[in-house]
Design a binder for this molecule. Structure first.
Ligand code: NI
Length: 182
């Protein structure tokens, strides 16, 4: 596995509309290796999600570390291909986000509290997940990347736009998640 170079805001690949993958393509060694490399890259940079355009690939694929923990077992990261989101209910929540392509910046972004997402897993099989809270937020953030949308585009006001140092100093009570970026 290898750690990939992460594209930063301003690189045109982050603004492209990406291409869907069919089942046979998902199962190729090239895509399987890309998924492994993206998971390693996400882990290396303390991310909770990483979308293909962030590693210069314009395809509809992301990896994410979702909180689906049952008991004490940590949840292994998942890959999701061709995601399609359906909101459940109308409730929106404002919460902090960061992005590996916009390093050391945080801001509050409104997202659907609960969603259903359909797509393919890394074996090319159809899956459907129902997610709420932070995991639902990650999926919305990563799916946006596949449509060329960055979290700054989703902010409705910029008063919360904050550098990481100031975020850590003034805005977080515990420092558990201060380094998480998507
Ligand atoms: Ni991001």
């Amino acid at each position: 596995m290898s750690i990939l170079k992460v594209s930063r805001m301003g690189h045109p690949v982050l603004r492209k509309k990406t291409k869907a993958l069919d089942k046979a393509t998902v199962r190729t060694p090239a895509i399987q290796k890309l998924i492994d490399d993206m998971m390693e890259t996400m882990d290396e940079y303390h991310g909770v999600g990483l979308a293909a355009p962030q590693v210069h690939e314009d395809i509809r694929l992301f990896v994410a570390a979702l909180d689906m923990a049952r008991g004490d077992e940590p949840t292994p990261p998942i890959a999701l291909i061709n995601p399609e989101i359906t909101p459940i209910g109308n409730e929106m929540v404002d919460d902090w986000e960061g992005c590996l392509s916009i390093p050391d910046i945080r801001g509050k972004v409104p997202r659907h509290r609960e969603i259903k997402v359909r797509g393919l897993d890394r074996d090319g099989e159809r899956i459907e997940l129902r997610m709420r809270g932070f995991s639902a937020r990650i999926i919305q953030h990563e799916t946006d990347h596949l449509d060329g949308i960055l979290f700054l585009d989703r902010m409705t006001a910029f008063e919360t736009l904050t550098f990481l140092d100031e975020y850590s100093r003034y805005w977080v009570k515990n420092d558990d998640d201060e380094e998480e970026e998507e």
